[in-house]
Design a protein around this ligand. Sequence first.
Ligand code: ATP
Ligand code: MG
Length: 347
Amino acid sequence: MGKVILTGDRPTGRLHVGHYVGSLRRRVELQNSGEYSDIYIMIADAQALTDNAEHPEKVRQNIVEVALDYLSVGMDPEVTTIFIQSMIPELFEMTAYYMNLVTVSRLQRNPTVKNEIQMRNFEASIPVGFFTYPISQAADITAFRANTVPVGEDQMPMIEQTREIVHKFNSVYGEDVLVMPEILLPENDACRRLPGIDGKAKMSKSLNNCIYLADTEKEVQQKVMSMFTDPNHIKITDPGQVEGNTVFTYLDAFCKDEYFEEYLPDYASLEELKDHYRRGGLGDVKIKKFLNKVLQEELGPIRERRAYWESRIPEVYEILKSGSEKAQKVAAETLKSMRTAMKINYF
Ligand code: ATP
Ligand code: MG
């Protein structure tokens, strides 16, 4: 059997450039590499409902937004199976069996979930579904026999939890029933956890600090010009700090050497630009204008593809429907082999 990818996103809002460098860009590269026999991309509506139970319409509306984002970054529905999580009931049955293999205290140790509980003020009243979503994520990954899960850094504890479940399931019910997945993290720190334009927390749909893939040229420019840099870099001649400087973090994530030739020919590389900033004599407006050019280069083709698909919404729903039908068949086969291994295939 060939190598398989599973990954996905919650339809809680449009996708942003943090998703792009953290996962989407890599998915498209892997898709185009031809090295994977199957690629499954899931719109995790059921997971989104674990902290949006009272807003199903928000989740519903964002399904098509996320699908448009996928198509606009270059995911090819002829190669990649795009599907909706809740259309695969097998995932919920698998989750129920996996729940028996995980303790409450193990779930409580998950640092990403801990952080998300705090962010949502859930301390006093965590929905059980939210608390257990790492287990349902293990079902998503194992149902498709994925070996490779390309995601951002916040997902490390989820993949670790999935690996423990696979290990436990296989040792209790039979070796090689479930496939052991590996995480595939982005190449550098900036991409693993891109900060928001406020420079504080991770860019996140829930925090209102995003540059969206669907933002207009003007919106992107305004957001870049409002970014934080080094608060002690007041006069142009002052030496500046590059580490923790949001503009440079974004350049780390997006800049290619070829952009210097086009937009800043006095520099050969990002390292040279950073050295000048550290020495002093390089103004914030200049680096922001450069970052804006870089982002517009990256986002321009995405915007164009989005416009193409926005005028073909019924086709987008067809893609989701046929993707979900295909994914359901694969999950049903995995569930059958699990039930056989568990000796609960009665008839
Ligand atoms: P929510 O606030 O609803 O959780 P989110 O913005 O965190 O939304 P998710 O749908 O939870 O987005 O994440 C989808 C994927 O994008 C995951 O692989 C995650 O690791 C990655 N990702 C999300 N935000 C970032 C970021 N700022 N930098 C790098 N990767 C990210
Ligand atoms: Mg998230």
